[in-house]
Design a protein around this ligand. Structure first.
Ligand SMILES: *[C@@H]1O[C@H](CO)[C@@H](O)[C@H](O)[C@H]1NC(C)=O
Length: 252
């Protein structure tokens, strides 16, 4: 009796595990246009079918037919390629979807640009070398140039730049790192060039102290001075009074 309960419990547990791991299936179909001019020859139409993130089949206007990437995809590509009129219909999709809209995209989207905002920070590093990070956020379109300079001379060594990171909302970000050995006469800057900027944006490295640090030091120093003045006043007052008492006690 106890054995069968245990078996039932085990089966229930298995069922639960099964339900937890199989949380659905996803079939995604995407159509996209890749282009570098408004000419039909420079426009490519790609329709792609994916199952659980794995691309299984694709129609590419450059290829002119369906190509399968998995066993299921290969079978279906063959089936689709043999449907009368299907490939002709798909070749026309490039004109209906891409070529028809291309002027619109050029006039209304590709002319837009959004300025980046950028910050220059130092990252912790061991030893006497220092790592500066120039972080650039929220720009569009993606083409951007970041360079490091010392007294306006371009620095070529110690620079690493991350891949362009799409934020997923049309904007992009990028981070560039400079590793260098500081010396007092350095004048390091991060220079950003982007289509949204009339002239390059230059961020100068102000040395070890940021504005925030400088403010904290100023507040601390004022506090210290105020404290010294008050203690001095207190001391003088005390001396004055105690001398008074001394005189009084002597006179009595
Ligand atoms: C667009 O790219 C293709 C190659 O992919 C190239 O042959 C063509 O010259 C390019 N057109 C322009 C306007 O850059």
């Amino acid at each position: 009796m106890r054995g069968s309960w245990l078996l039932l419990f085990a089966l229930l547990l298995l069922l639960l595990l099964e339900l937890q791991t199989s949380d659905g299936y996803l079939h995604v179909v995407s159509s996209r246009c890749k282009f570098n001019s408004t000419e039909a020859d420079d426009i490519r139409y790609i329709r792609s079918y994916s199952y659980n993130k794995l691309e299984i089949i694709r129609f590419d206007s450059r290829v002119g037919k369906y190509v399968g990437y998995t066993e299921l995809g290969v079978k279906n590509a063959e089936r689709l390629n043999n449907i009368p009129g299907e490939l002709e219909r798909m070749r026309l999709e490039k004109y209906r979807y891409c070529v028809h809209n291309i002027q619109n995209w050029y006039n209304n989207i590709l002319t837009k640009s959004v300025e980046p905002y950028a910050v220059l920070n130092s990252a912790p590093s061991d030893g006497k070398d220092r790592v500066l990070v120039c972080s650039i956020y929220g720009f569009y379109p993606e083409d951007i140039t970041v360079t490091w300079t010392n007294h306006q001379e371009t620095i070529t060594t110690g620079v690493t730049t991350t891949d362009l990171l799409p934020d997923g909302d049309w904007y992009y970000q990028l981070h560039s790192h400079l590793e260098y050995t500081p010396s007092p006469e350095d004048q390091i800057s991060c220079v950003i060039e982007h289509v949204s900027l009339k002239e390059p944006r230059i961020l100068d490295w102000e040395g070890a102290l940021s504005d925030g640090d400088r403010n904290k030091i100023a507040i601390g120093a004022s506090g210290l001075v105020l404290g010294l003045v008050l203690s001095l006043a207190g001391f003088i007052f005390y001396k004055h009074k105690s001398r008074g008492w001394f005189l009084v006690s002597r006179g009595s």
